[in-house]
Design a protein around this ligand. Structure first.
Ligand SMILES: C[S@@+](CC[C@H](N)C(=O)[O-])C[C@H]1O[C@@H](n2cnc3c(N)ncnc32)[C@H](O)[C@@H]1O
Length: 167
């Protein structure tokens, strides 16, 4: 196990998150999304190119990301104003009435989103990605490389109603 006293080179940085004594977690955004989409929409994200500009203090944290084809972007859906416990996904009555944790809709108690997308480039503190379902100026919480060893699932089971949704 590595400790702060070890001899290998490490660049430390500040946490962006914290938890108070009541258990409330506070997270400062790591960065911001920049694209031409001004409000939430469904569908139409496939060809949207987005720049993710991260706080300059964390630029070195992107070193090495260029070697991946895909990244997982974690973001906060700041423009979502409704919180649902159960609903018809995408407001479609013909789709099952299901719990919010059984779908990927934005009307969640924690407005955290996670999308796996193609990485086009990295320049300094900015990465460019394609197909990210994100509105301009959305706060970015984290960027992780898509890593099949963690993320790939063989033979995943998905309910049939998912095929009725638009992506
Ligand atoms: C269905 S959610 C899924 C997000 C992510 N792929 C996930 O599964 O966690 C994606 C939708 O959220 C909406 N959205 C994107 N950015 C948003 C924001 N900042 N505030 C509210 N809604 C947002 C868009 O309309 C988009 O179609």
């Amino acid at each position: 196990m590595m400790t702060r006293g070890h001899k290998m080179k490490t660049i430390f940085c500040e946490f962006l998150d914290s938890q108070d004594k009541n258990g409330t977690i506070t997270i400062k955004p790591l960065g911001t999304a920049k694209n031409g989409v001004s409000k939430p929409m469904l569908p139409g994200w496939k060809d949207v190119v987005t720049e993710i500009v991260i706080d300059k203090a964390y630029t070195d944290g992107l070193d090495g990301i260029e070697d991946y084809s895909h990244v997982i972007v974690v973001y906060w859906m700041d423009k979502e104003e409704e919180c649902h416990l159960k609903h018809h996904p995408q407001g479609r009555e013909e789709v099952s009435f299901i719990g919010i944790f059984a779908c990927r809709c934005p009307q969640r108690p924690s407005r955290i989103a996670l999308s796996t997308v193609e990485l086009l480039s990295r320049e300094g503190n900015t990465i460019k990605v394609k197909g990210l379902d994100i509105v301009n100026s959305t706060p970015i919480l984290d960027v992780k490389p898509y890593t099949p060893q963690y993320d790939k699932v063989e033979k995943a089971k998905v309910p049939e109603w998912v095929d009725k949704l638009v992506f």
